[in-house]
Design a protein around this ligand. Structure first.
Ligand code: ATR
Length: 278
């Protein structure tokens, strides 16, 4: 009988994870069933138990709930992100991990050829998406991380939690015009999901800057259009990160790391209007 897996979240109807995992499974010749299950914070635990799955991915708005559900049975990287996107079932119950950060780093360095070492990085946003990827960026050897958030206190809290005062700094949105330029600009805000436009000074961009939006589909369009207009040499959406984090989850469950390039190419070609990064 096929092993069963699922992605939980809300909204979940547009998730690409079932497509990605089916493609990986075909490639690795593993029989599995991977579905998308709509669940909110209040009914997630019940739906997870009722689903009978052997492993799960967890997306918005459940990553913190999944982290709490695992108690102390979480990986170091999930502990640092205080969020879980991958659940692995063993004899004692659920173990939690977080593959978002390594997914972003792999996509940037291996697919897009962006060397992160010694880079000065601007992180826009300090919510769950930012928290999930910042530890891996620091591990990848960036020189400086400037976290800018509309609500200054959240930027301060994330910077404090990262515990690297020499490399990590925090500011409110009003400081943006005074910051100068960065090698890499990352949009981890949810502004586009609610139709809001970010107000960003062109001076953040210099001749070699690259820009990344951790969202994909239509949600990534406004920020990346701004970045191109401001002169960024490279713009990257979150589709590759999505595929890479999925590959890391697949590795945790099946002990095989799939080849991601073919699946990434298929997803890019389908160019569906997608709204959520998971
Ligand atoms: P996610 O898990 O997607 O990160 P979140 O935890 O709710 O969701 O965080 C959303 C992020 O987008 C926050 O950094 C939020 O800023 P606040 O902390 O000030 O709320 C940011 N954000 C959302 N809409 C925004 C907007 N219109 N302008 C700037 N930042 C915005």
């Amino acid at each position: 009988m096929s092993k069963r897996y699922a992605v939980f979240g809300s909204p979940i109807a547009h998730s690409q994870s079932p497509f990605i995992h089916a493609a990986f499974a075909k490639q690795a010749r593993i029989a599995l069933d991977y579905t998308a299950i709509e669940a909110g914070p209040e009914d997630f635990a019940g739906k997870l138990a009722a689903s009978g799955v052997d492993g799960a991915n967890v997306t918005l708005p459940l990553k913190e709930v999944a982290f709490a559900l695992c108690g102390d049975r979480v990986s170091t990287r999930a502990q640092r992100a205080r969020a879980v996107n991958t659940l692995v079932r063993d004899a004692d119950g659920w173990r939690g991990d977080n593959t978002d950060g390594i997914g972003l780093v792999r996509d940037l360095t291996e697919r897009h050829g962006i060397d992160l070492r010694q880079r000065r990085v601007l992180m826009l946003g300090a919510g769950g998406a930012a928290r999930g990827v910042t530890p891996a960026l620091l591990d990848a050897g960036i020189r400086e991380l400037m976290i800018v958030n509309r609500t200054r206190e959240r930027a301060d809290a994330l910077a404090d939690a990262l515990g690297e005062p020499a490399r990590v700094h925090a500011r409110g949105w009003d400081a943006l015009p005074k910051l100068g330029s960065y090698d890499l600009l990352i949009n981890a805000t949810s502004a586009a999901h609610s139709g809001a436009l970010l107000s960003l000074p062109m001076a953040l961009v210099e001749s070699r800057s690259a820009a990344v939006d951790v969202s994909y589909g239509e949600a990534a369009v406004p920020f990346l259009a701004w970045a191109r207009a401001a002169g960024c040499v490279k713009t990257v959406d979150g589709l590759g990160m999505l595929v890479e984090q999925a590959a890391e989850s697949f590795l945790l469950w099946h002990g095989v790391r799939p080849d991601t390039d073919a699946v990434y190419a298929q997803l890019s070609a389908r160019s569906i209007a997608l709204f959520t990064a998971d």
